[in-house]
Design a protein around this ligand. Structure first.
Ligand code: SF4
Length: 345
């Protein structure tokens, strides 16, 4: 297959035939509000305009519909940020935002107002964040996210792994990334070598089996064969993967590639993403449809990041009580209660 070029911006989307010239003017405000980028690998996985891969990256006019409940920081990263680049929400783990850059800009991104802006965390801020981690022995896990941490060079990743390995109380590093699927050529031998032997888990973000081509399969194999444990996270997306068949195909494919499905996220309340959001009841029905149909080892936990930064909870009865009419009482990990309303149809 011929290698495709990445697409940056609306004009290139039009040139690639993914947006019609007639549609383009209505999408200019979308481009002004949110970044647009799709890798060559993802372009190569599009089978038709508006399909399950295209819709994840091609802008739509619906993104300018900002609903009352949608937020600039839907999961509350900033609320729990003790120093720049760090989120410390739970006692035993922190999120280290090493970069704001991504290889793709997903139309449903929960950090869409933050990604793409500032690039890599400056070294002075990184040192301050590492000092904070070193001074807090309760922190046992460091989660690298961004943006996408694996946009950093293998040399920088190795340097970061080495620095984190010197903090005795950090048991585990978790890297959340879309790179192995959307830019598999970046999973180089040098990157694999940087991760090999580190106490690291890689959590691969992928939402549809159609995204995972031969190059992605090979990239995941390189990581698996280096002994790096692989998990997946997906976002439940209306019109893209909101069927038992689509989820089954994705999770079976991941299992064959030695990736354990970990999280299925309810789509967060990021601005302009309402057209992607299912109701919680729809998500729960899908999970029920998977139970018994596929092995329990393939079933991820369906979770909601409670808006405002109250943490993640599984969408099971103990944490999500239906109050009727699309209203839910969500109980956070500390026993606090929050009301959550499904999008109106
Ligand atoms: S790769 Fe992740 S952080 Fe980047 S735009 Fe997509 S969902 Fe957002």
């Amino acid at each position: 297959m011929t290698e495709q070029r990445a697409i940056n911006g609306l004009a290139e989307m039009v040139a690639a035939g993914l947006v019609s010239p007639a549609q383009a003017p209505s999408l200019t405000p979308v481009e002004e509000a949110f970044r647009i980028r799709m890798t060559g690998a993802m372009r190569g996985r599009v089978l038709g305009v508006g399909d399950a891969v295209a819709r994840q990256f091609v802008p739509e006019a619906a993104e300018m519909i900002i609903r009352e409940e949608e937020l600039a920081d839907p999961i509350g990263d900033e609320v729990y940020s003790p120093v720049k680049g760090l989120t410390h929400r739970y006692p035993d783990r922190v999120i280290l935002h090493v970069t704001k850059t991504c290889e793709v800009y997903c139309r449903f991104c929960f950090r869409r107002e933050a990604v793409g802006d500032e690039g890599t965390l400056p070294d002075t801020d990184l040192v301050a964040a590492l000092d904070y981690i070193a001074l807090h022995p309760a922190i046992r896990e460091v989660i690298l996210t961004g943006g996408d941490p694996l946009v950093l060079s293998a040399r920088r990743i190795k340097g970061l792994m080495d620095r984190l390995s010197m903090i005795a109380h950090v048991d585990q590093v978790r890297i959340h990334t879309r790179i192995p699927v959307v830019a598999p050529e970046k999973v180089t031998e040098a990157l694999v070598a940087a991760l090999r032997g580190a106490r690291v888990w890689v959590v691969v973000h992928t939402n549809h089996a159609q995204e995972i081509g031969e190059a992605a399969e090979a990239a995941l194999a390189r990581l698996a064969e280096a002994g790096i444990p692989l998990l997946s996270q997906s976002v439940l997306l209306r019109g893209i993967n909101d069927s038992v068949a689509a989820l089954e195909e994705l999770f079976r494919k991941l299992m064959r590639l030695r990736v354990k499905p970990y999280y299925l996220h309810h789509c967060d309340l990021a601005k302009g993403t309402g057209h992607f959001r299912t109701t919680i009841a729809e998500g729960k029905a899908l999970m029920a449809g998977l139970r018994g149909r596929i092995s329990g080892t393939l079933i991820p936990t369906y979770v909601l990041d409670i808006p405002g930064g109250y943490g993640k909870v599984p969408l099971v009865r103990d944490h999500a009580e239906p109050l009727g009419d699309g209203l839910w009482r969500i109980t956070d990990w500390q026993g606090g209660h929050h009301l959550y309303r499904d999008p109106e149809r």
